[in-house]
Design a protein around this ligand. Structure first.
Ligand code: AMP
Length: 530
């Protein structure tokens, strides 16, 4: 038909072109093994990405090939993000915190022949190498990488790609079976970047200085390597120091960070550091927190001590990853403190593009009344349609056109979501569900507790009862009775944990979340008090 719009493909290359042209001078600051504070601009990164694309071509990488990375967040990893995807190949990011057997499986399943690895991770690469028979070329991110791209022309004509072509690959580790690959394409990545810059999602702007603590191997650092260049903000990368409070605090102060993104455990660590060193983060406006439910105690400390709003967001690797985000609603400031708290523990409203519904065990849709909890299903242009080459039908995609998230949630009439559990973590007591996330949130608010986790343990009468596992704050000596007394009146009586166990440390997963699997393992011989 005549008179229609141009059919420009929605590719990552369009972000690259735009960012290079209009945001050329925006800065990228990285901590790397060879430079404590490396500084460059988008213009530098995209020029080097062209050299890298030439070097990859010379190394035999062709469109559709997978290129693997085992790397922290820094400018070289960003160059790989753009060079690999925009030349038509597929960037396969590996999580170095997984068990060696899992990384081996993921690398081999992805099928890359070339691996870019951070120099701090070379000992790990040595362990992995005998199990990676297809690996032909290892490039170490440091002088080796510089030699790899040196002498390559900085001209490279990015091909016109089809927006539905694959751009990157990331595996999500299920609790059973092998990790599963999620294959992103250009279109999903671009639309996700639009969706995540919106004011009521992450509200990213050119004025922002964005500290991406969430790793580039965890759901593409929540899309920040694309969305921030799209708007022209400054990118701040902590490199191998993402778990180091001193480095994070210094980056925030010195780089005038306005928004920082990561999982709750990172923020707990940073808050502890700030408290111990009497720091206040003046430049910081927002914390983007997701990956697991953020306890109110973390959000309160950010608000009260640092004047920071926590954007509580929910998403999944399978969703590129943004699902919902809780921007301040209209009338928020006039709400009572209790109503404000009730709002902030929710994960917010869906970004435009994400449709959701909750269903009961029989698949019947449940009302959006803020109370009925059911299995959460989603669909949209950046939700995965299937897993990458598993060779078997995906149970999560059993209902055509929908993806079953495995999360249990309720949805308020205005579309505000609250995740109450992972389906497999839910505690079923006498046939009724107890939300482990709610219990954890409330328990973590106890002044003497640093962290709290709740698991279900077998019970002869009720099938399962909640067990609270808690880490005391340094110097504090909370008691079982004290904690249970504190919960009284804050939760339904029948939700009261049957026991409280104090531990020094709660095990974390490779993406920094509380590992319920490991906790259940640790407490498998535990018997409730009679
Ligand atoms: P991943 O793919 O590793 O990012 O894990 C996705 C899962 O993390 C989701 O299915 C949820 O179970 C959990 N999750 C992510 N964000 C949140 C959140 N804000 N609150 C509760 N759970 C979350």
């Amino acid at each position: 038909m005549h008179g229609l719009m141009m059919d420009t493909p929605l590719t990552i290359t369009t972000i690259l072109r735009h960012a290079e042209r209009v945001n050329a001078a925006s800065e990228i600051v990285s901590v790397t093994a060879d430079a404590p504070r490396h500084r460059c601009t988008y213009a530098d990164v995209f020029r080097r990405a062209r050299q890298l694309a030439n070097a990859l071509t010379a190394a035999g990488v062709r469109p559709g090939d997978r290129v693997a990375t085992l790397a922290w967040n820094d400018y070289r990893h960003l160059e790989l993000y753009y060079a690999v995807s925009c030349m038509g190949a597929v960037l396969h990011t590996l999580n170095p915190r997984l068990f060696a057997e899992q990384i081996t499986y993921i690398f081999n399943h992805g099928g890359a022949r070339i691996l870019f690895a951070d120099q701090t991770l070379l000992p790990l690469v040595e362990i992995l190498r005998p199990g990676l028979p297809a690996l032909e070329r290892l490039v170490v991110l440091g002088p080796d990488y510089e030699a790899f791209i040196a002498g390559q022309p900085d001209r490279y004509d990015w091909p016109e790609l089809d927006e539905r072509e694959a751009s990157s690959l990331c595996y999500t580790s299920g609790t059973t079976g092998h990790p599963k690959g999620v294959l992103y394409n250009h279109r999903a990545t671009l639309l996700h970047s639009y969706g995540s810059t919106l004011v009521d999602t992450l509200a990213l702007s050119r004025r922002d200085s964005v500290l991406a603590v969430v790793p580039m191997f965890h759901a593409n650092a929540w899309g920040l390597p694309y969305s921030v260049p799209m708007v022209g903000g400054k990118l701040v990368f902590p490199g191998p120091k993402m778990g180091d409070g001193a480095t994070l605090a210094a980056l925030i102060a010195e780089e005038q960070v306005t928004i920082a993104a990561g999982v709750p455990t990172v923020w707990q660590l940073l808050l502890n550091y700030a408290r111990e060193h009497d720091l206040v983060f003046h430049s910081l406006e927002r914390i983007l927190v997701g990956g697991s439910a953020c306890p109110l105690s973390i959000m309160n400390e950010f608000r009260d001590r640092h004047g920071v709003w926590c954007v509580h967001a929910w998403g999944m690797t399978e969703m590129t990853p943004l699902g919902t985000a809780n921007a301040k609603p209209p009338g928020y400031d006039a709400l009572s403190p209790v109503a404000q708290d009730a709002f902030r523990v929710r994960q917010g409203r869906p970004a435009f593009g994400v449709e959701m519904k909750i269903v009961d065990d029989a698949g019947r849709e449940l009302p959006w009344d803020g109370a009925s909890a059911g299995l959460l299903k989603v669909r949209g242009p950046w939700v995965c349609r299937d897993y990458y080459h598993t060779g078997e039908p995906s149970a999560a995609h059993a209902e055509p056109g929908w993806f079953a998230t495995g999360d249990v949630a309720n949805i308020a009439p205005d579309g505000t979501l609250q995740i109450t559990d992972r389906a497999k973590d839910v505690i079923k007591s006498g046939g009724e569900w107890i939300s482990s996330i709610d219990l954890e949130n409330i328990a973590a608010g106890h002044p003497d507790l640093l962290q709290a986790a709740v698991i279900g343990v077998p019970h002869p009468k009720w099938d399962e009862r909640p067990l609270l596992i808690a880490v005391p704050r340094p110097g504090a000596t909370p008691t079982r009775e004290g904690v249970l007394g504190w919960l009284e009146g804050r939760i339904a009586k029948w939700w009261t944990p049957d026991d409280v166990v104090f531990v020094e440390k709660i095990p974390l997963t490779a993406t920094g979340k509380i590992s319920k699997v490991e906790l259940r393992q640790q407490f498998r011989d535990y018997r409730l008090p009679a």
